[in-house]
Design a protein around this ligand. Structure first.
Ligand SMILES: Cc1cc2nc3c(=O)[nH]c(=O)nc-3n(C[C@H](O)[C@H](O)[C@H](O)COP(=O)(O)OP(=O)(O)OC[C@H]3O[C@@H](n4cnc5c(N)ncnc54)[C@H](O)[C@@H]3O)c2cc1C
Length: 372
């Protein structure tokens, strides 16, 4: 029997070549359109989306019969790590690539796939996700935005909040209530809402870094064709939970502060053993986080484990911000890409589900601990 002497984490020549290509494209994107804080959520460059499409970097892992690249999931992780670690403007196509496209491939009708997937793959359409409401964030099942059937249409009324990209999006992937009967998680449906329909009103919200990427969205008697329903009416809670697994276990939860980490390391006083120790620990955490993401995308992680990946990786991003703030000192108080990253960092453990909720999921669904 062959003796196992250790695990080899080095990338194959093909993957190294992909990484180098992605790095070059990312660097050019930053040179042309600037470096963006948490770029998968805070940047929008139609021109760069087109480049990503031409490079085959959108829909890389989608099946070829749906126009995707049919590539292994690990390739998308490698590509995305290069993009996000230097802040390339990938945001315009990110939600569609990560979430909406796979949802249509799993639950959409052939007509929906034919209508929506090509625009996503070419980078020409931008999507937003309408989940959170003023009184329904962590407890998503309590959401109230309603879609009531009226002949061949749904009439939608209600309000969403924190909807990233709503002001730029062509479509909203709306999570709403089609029935109030039964337990709260029943009666929830997913419906595609074109953002230019009468009755859709978007009000951008300015955040702590003076960015207005997320918005309030008001729906007043918005009439949407019933064929825009995705999957089974009233059964979307399950679909949404699968999407959240995609959303929480990805490399985008780990890499956004890599830029400030690299900068902080380059100016840190490494003659101090405490600083050296801290840098080593953060690098170890980064690599552990990356292994957790690899396990997610290689489907080696147990069900629900993306909650652990999300909590660990986003808390790492905050530890990096904390370290960079101390190392940069006065530089962290000037208006630059580093200080905006520091100001923005608290949001990492909120978006996509808070760390408290991730710990509840780990305790409840992964470990089966008793409820108090
Ligand atoms: C940058 C950013 C982008 C976002 N983009 C989007 C988007 O595109 N689309 C979208 O739909 N939403 C988006 N969100 C919203 C995000 O999903 C919610 O903010 C998040 O789910 C938390 O919900 P909440 O803000 O209503 O907080 P609440 O649910 O009100 O929670 C408040 C506090 O109570 C704690 N808490 C609540 N319930 C429990 C519990 N059961 N056990 C322990 N602690 C609990 C929470 O951890 C938190 O600390 C975004 C948020 C941010 C910060």
């Amino acid at each position: 029997m062959a003796r196992v002497t250790g695990l080899d984490f080095s990338l194959s020549p093909d993957l190294l070549a992909l990484r180098d290509r992605a790095r070059k494209v990312a660097q050019q994107g930053v040179a042309d359109y600037g470096a963006h804080v948490d770029c998968w959520l805070n940047s929008h460059s139609p021109a760069f989306s087109k480049t990503l499409s031409e490079e085959g970097f959108i829909g890389m892992t989608w099946p070829t019969e749906h126009g995707g690249g049919g590539r292994p999931a690990i390739e998308r992780v490698i590509m995305a790590e290069e993009m996000i670690s230097i802040g390339a403007p990938i945001g315009g196509s990110w939600f569609a690539d990560r979430q909406m496209g796979p949802s249509f491939i799993s639950y959409g009708t052939p007509d929906q796939q034919a209508e929506y997937l090509p625009g996503m793959l070419s980078g020409e359409t931008t999507w937003c996700i309408g989940m959170s409401e003023p009184n329904s964030g962590s407890d998503l099942a309590s959401l109230k935005t309603s879609a009531v059937r009226d002949g061949d249409d749904f009439i939608i009324n209600g309000q969403k909040i924190w909807t990233s990209y709503a002001a730029l999006a062509d479509f909203c992937y709306l999570i709403c209530r089609t029935s109030a009967d039964g337990p709260p998680h029943k009666g929830i449906s997913e419906i595609v809402v074109p953002m230019d329909l009468p009755g859709v009103e978007v009000r951008p919200i300015k955040d702590a870094i003076a960015n207005s990427h997320f918005c309030e969205v008001f729906f007043t008697d918005v009439r949407v064709p019933a064929v825009n329903l995705v999957g089974v009416e009233g059964n979307a809670f399950k679909q949404t939970m699968v999407q959240l697994e995609h959303e929480r276990g990805g490399i985008d939860r780990l890499v956004s502060n890599r830029l400030i980490f690299d900068h902080a390391v380059s100016v840190a006083d490494t003659s101090d053993p405490r600083i050296r120790n801290e840098i080593a620990q953060l690098e170890i955490d980064y690599r552990v986080g990356r292994l957790m993401v690899y396990r997610e995308v290689l489907k080696q992680a147990p069900r629900g484990f993306s909650a652990a990946t999300k909590a660990f990786c986003t808390e790492h991003e905050q530890r990096v911000a904390n370290f960079a703030g101390r190392v940069l000192g006065a530089e962290a108080t000037l208006a630059n890409v580093y200080s905006t990253n520091l100001m923005y960092a608290p949001s990492y453990t909120i978006m996509g589900g808070t760390s408290d909720i991730m710990r509840n999921i780990i305790g409840d669904r992964v470990l089966g601990l008793p409820r108090s």
